[in-house]
Ligand binder design. Structure first.
Ligand code: FES
Length: 383
């Protein structure tokens, strides 16, 4: 058994502590008085690879179809754009009048070319930003965009070696970047693309797709026209028969297009017993076409105040908030990131719940970026 120590232990401890305190005081006094610089290599690398915002300039504009243009954005104060994964999007901030609107657009260019990001933007009826970009944006204009984000990307760990890609209309944009990735890096090894549009001239980037397919055996494309009959095309909407002729067994399927296309494809996938684990959907919002222009009252409750502004049946609650001077945290603008998640305390809305968690839906949360008012509204904001 160890001998029991007794004596002046506690007094000695106090003495040690007093000396320690003096030592520490002198060390602190002799220390730096300047602020610590934020110049560590790691921080610089994070800012380079994952910037929150980048100032960009339009270097070139190309008209793709009657209602679609491609914009090439080059960085203003760095030599190239940050790396991204094929299928990702950026959020473009556009100042129109006194307000700054934000919209998410997929990058349609190749991950191998970081001189510029190409955003291919289709003008949609009542689309504030898309109409502005199509009608007014010109070469030399500067904008702010977010760093790339989004999970609609091919992963060789999770996805199958060969994939089927399905695009409707402007849903081709993230898939275009995937075609380049397939050609340049064989990830995935092969892509079969089903691409639907109303008419041949609505097939965005068709010439570029045809060039790629002509030069690369690992790409195959089937065009499907819903409102025009032409030789060498499939017709109607993408349906079960189109899949019957493909080898779809155990293949990842990437889908990007209008909501109506998702709904009909989901029914087809169920009929064909395709497990959910093979299906990847890109978020995509349609502006409902039944909207009128009735004005309502939107009451926004924050932690310390209550703001009342007008809101309109044909604008998302987020757009009305931007116009009313309320800055809500946002990112994706298509109802999936959850940044703008707010609680609906009162009122009737038309909303897209596909990006909401079930628990949030039960607790009456909504994403104002994809919600239209159908009455006066009271919202509790997330700040
Ligand atoms: S901004 Fe992403 S959910 Fe609204």
């Amino acid at each position: 058994m160890a001998p029991l120590k007794i004596g002046f232990k506690s007094e000695l401890d106090m003495l040690k502590f007093k000396n320690l305190k003096k030592d520490r005081e002198s060390i602190i006094k002799s220390g730096f008085v300047d602020n610590i610089k934020y110049q560590y290599k790691t921080n610089e690398m994070i800012e380079w690879y994952h910037p929150k915002k980048i100032r960009v300039r339009i270097s070139q504009i190309e008209k793709e179809t009657d209602d679609t243009k491609s914009f090439y954005f080059v960085p203003v104060s760095r030599n190239e754009m940050p790396p991204f994964q094929a299928g990702q999007y950026v959020t473009l901030s556009v100042k129109i009048g006194d307000n700054t609107y934000q919209r998410a657009y997929s990058i349609s260019s190749s991950v191998s070319d970081l001189k510029a990001y190409r955003l291919t933007i289709k003008k949609v009826p009542k689309g504030i930003v898309s109409n502005y970009m199509f009608d007014y944006a010109k070469e030399g204009d500067t904008f702010s965009i977010s760093g790339p984000s989004g999970n609609f990307v091919y992963s060789s760990i999770r996805d199958t070696k060969d994939i089927i890609a399905i695009a409707g209309g402007s849903g081709i944009t993230p898939i275009m970047a995937m075609l380049y990735q397939c050609v340049n890096f064989q990830k995935p090894a092969n892509i079969t693309l089903l691409y639907g549009a109303k008419t041949e001239k609505d097939l965005i980037l068709k010439r570029e797709i045809d060039e790629l397919v002509k030069k690369n055996d690992n790409l195959k494309v089937i065009y499907i026209l819903s409102e025009e009959t032409r030789n060498d095309y499939e017709h109607g909407f993408i349906n079960k028969e189109h899949f019957m002729n493909l080898d779809i067994e155990n293949k990842s399927i990437f889908v990007c297009g209008p909501r109506s296309m998702y709904d009909s494809l989901n029914t087809i996938f169920k009929d064909l017993d395709i497990p959910n684990k093979y299906i990847r959907h890109e978020a995509y919002t349609d502006i409902p076409d039944f909207l009128g222009n009735t004005e309502y009252r939107l009451t926004c409750k924050t932690q310390d105040k209550e703001i009342v502004i007008p809101c309109f049946e044909n604008k998302t609650l987020l757009e009305s908030m931007v116009e009313g001077g309320i800055q809500v945290p946002i990112h994706c603008t298509v109802g999936v990131c959850g940044f703008c998640r707010s609680k609906l305390l009162e009122g009737k809305v038309q909303t897209d719940k596909s990006g909401l968690r079930e628990a949030d839906d039960h607790a009456n949360f909504i994403h104002p970026c994809v919600t239209y008012p159908l009455s006066d509204i009271i919202l509790e904001l997330p700040f």
